[in-house]
Design a protein. Structure first.
Length: 540
């Protein structure tokens, strides 16, 4: 483990030094016409001119020429794709410093099986200089990558710019593992990932494993699993994460967060996390460990949090600043557990949590509110509200609308606050009923609802029937035995209202009377038969 840490530090130092020195060491070159990429052979040839300008002209998949030779499972001695841009510890560092424009096309079915190698991705290492070091507008779909340190769907080690990119599939490594970038020291913007990210050690994120640069307008979904420093979007953040969100389920041991596992001197702002988070120590719905001189602002978490020690709906353990944020998910654990913050040693200001939904009346910071208060704009604007030092930058909007002039929007009385421009985050709620009744509110069928929205449910039994309960995806249903209740939307749910035939009091009395009459008849018949069989002259 010590050798691994030394190796990782050496890797990081090498990337930083090289990225700073390269502009001084490399000559300025004249812009040249872009090279068009139409098959796997041409994509593979990029490695022979790492400063070139390339454009993808069509999708590439398992049926495209060259797949078996350079990109499939059997390629390169069964190691699959050989990443473009090389980093080999103690041997060579030849990063991609050109421009690759995918033009929105897909690169599908890539396989990489290099469990002992660093800098694993479509591009292994990318460094920015002049106007190069750019990977943009490309979708890596159905990828299966395995590496050691620095594994990402688009780039293993990024010192350049990755923008407008998407990846999906399975990313596996030891540390610095992310759905899009393994280690980022520069810029990742407007990127997303959907799939499974697995790290056997530290610094594992749904989008970026380790960030010291800028991550913005990004999102991730699926699942993220690791040990220490595990986040739905970023494992370890020493830079900036803003205007981003994660819907990933997250599982780890220590420093585990729905958005960021460990925020170490970094800034998290205008972000959300809606996935469920499970860990042991320092576990948070948004950030597991908000370290010294770190900030979490204008952010929220709505997923459930389960931790052993120092677990909170928003932040597990805070040594920095948390402000203008809230949480609404359930929280459970053994010690130092809080509705908003599990343990706090610095600043928590202008923050709230839902006491009812979290099942927590205590928090080491913030102010607890009822669900009704959490969906009321007055809670966030009226300074008479307990815990509100200054009004939030928030306004009311109609369902389905957003107002970008404000940081926060709210459908007053219907939804929790959400970040402006983020109301497009929706989930499907499918409602049905058994024989004997129907769902009067909101009706039966499939409805699109906002993440965090509270939907009223009302079951309506037919004559002669009664409501029994709600079944299906009922973890966020207020009371499964109440025909008039509510459900908080945190994912795609299917619920069913169950009814059964009602037996009236008159029917019950009739049945009881019939049983009594039948019993008496049987009794007297048996008694008469018994006397007839008794010997004459004997008395009873």
């Amino acid at each position: 483990m010590i050798e691994k840490k030394k190796l990782a530090c050496s890797l990081f130092s090498m990337v930083v030094i090289f990225s700073l020195a390269l502009p001084l060491l490399s000559p300025v070159v004249e812009a040249s016409p872009a090279t068009e990429i139409r098959d796997w052979y041409e994509l593979h040839a990029i490695r022979y001119d790492l400063a070139g300008h390339y454009v993808l002209m069509n999708d590439l998949d398992a049926t495209t020429a060259g797949y078996e030779e350079v990109a499939g499972m059997a390629a390169n001695e069964s190691k699959g794709w050989d990443p473009i841009g090389v980093y080999e510890e103690g041997k060579s560092f030849a990063p991609f410093v050109g421009i690759f424009d995918g033009q929105g096309y897909e690169i599908r079915d890539l396989v990489i099986a290099r469990a002992e190698e660093m800098a694993v991705g479509l591009f292994g290492a990318v460094v920015g200089w002049d106007e190069g070091g750019v990977v943009e507008n490309v979708h890596v779909v159905n990828a299966n990558f395995a590496g050691d340190i620095g594994v990402g769907g688009l780039v293993g080690l990024n010192g350049g710019t990755v923008s407008n990119c998407h990846s999906s599939g399975n990313m596996t490594g030891d540390s610095r593992v992310g759905g899009v970038v393994g280690l980022n020291i520069n810029t990742v913007t407007n990127c997303s990932f959907e799939g499974i990210v697995t790290g056997y050690s530290i610094l594992v994120g749904g989008l970026v494993g380790y960030n010291t640069g800028n991550v913005s307008s990004a999102s991730s979904g699926g699942s993220v699993v690791g040990e220490r420093g595990v986040g739905g979007l970023v494992g370890l953040n020493e830079g900036t994460v803003r205007d981003s969100g994660a819907e990933s389920g997250v599982t780890g041991d220590e420093f585990v967060g729905g958005l960021v596992g460990h925020n170490q001197g970094g800034t998290v702002g205008n972000c959300y996390a809606s996935g469920n988070v499970t860990g042991d120590l320092r576990v948070g719905g948004a950030v597991g460990y908000n370290d010294y001189e770190s900030t979490v602002a204008r952010s929220y978490a709505s997923g459930s949090v389960a931790g052993d020690n120092l677990a909170g709906g928003l932040v597990g353990y805070n040594l920095g600043t948390v402000r203008n944020s809230y949480s609404s998910g359930s929280v459970s654990g053994n010690s130092s557990i809080g509705g908003l913050v599990g343990g706090n040693e610095d600043i928590v200001r202008n923050c709230f949590w839902d006491e009812e939904r979290s099942n927590m009346e205590m928090s080491d910071g913030g102010s607890g509110k009822t669900t009704a208060e959490m969906i009321s704009i007055a809670t966030f604007t009226d300074t008479k509200t307990a815990g509100l030092d200054a009004p939030w930058d928030i306004t009311t909007v109609a369902h389905g609308e957003t107002d970008g002039a404000y940081t926060w929007n709210i459908v007053d009385g219907e939804s929790y606050p959400f970040l402006s421009g983020k109301q497009f985050i929706t989930h499907n709620l499918t409602i049905s009923s058994t024989v004997g009744g129907s769902v009067a509110v909101p009706g039966e069928g499939t409805y699109s609802s906002l993440a965090g929205e509270i939907v009223i449910l009302a079951g309506d039994p037919d004559a002669g029937y009664r409501f029994v309960n709600w079944t299906g995806d009922v973890d966020t249903v207020g009371d499964v035995n109440d025909r008039e209740t509510s459900i908080t939307i945190q994912g795609n749910y299917v619920v069913t209202a169950n009814f059964e035939r009602e037996v009236s009091e008159a029917v019950i009395l009739g049945i009881v009377a019939a049983v009594i009459v039948v019993g008496l008849v049987v009794f007297f018949v048996l008694r008469r038969r018994g006397r007839a069989a008794w010997p004459k002259g004997r008395s009873v």
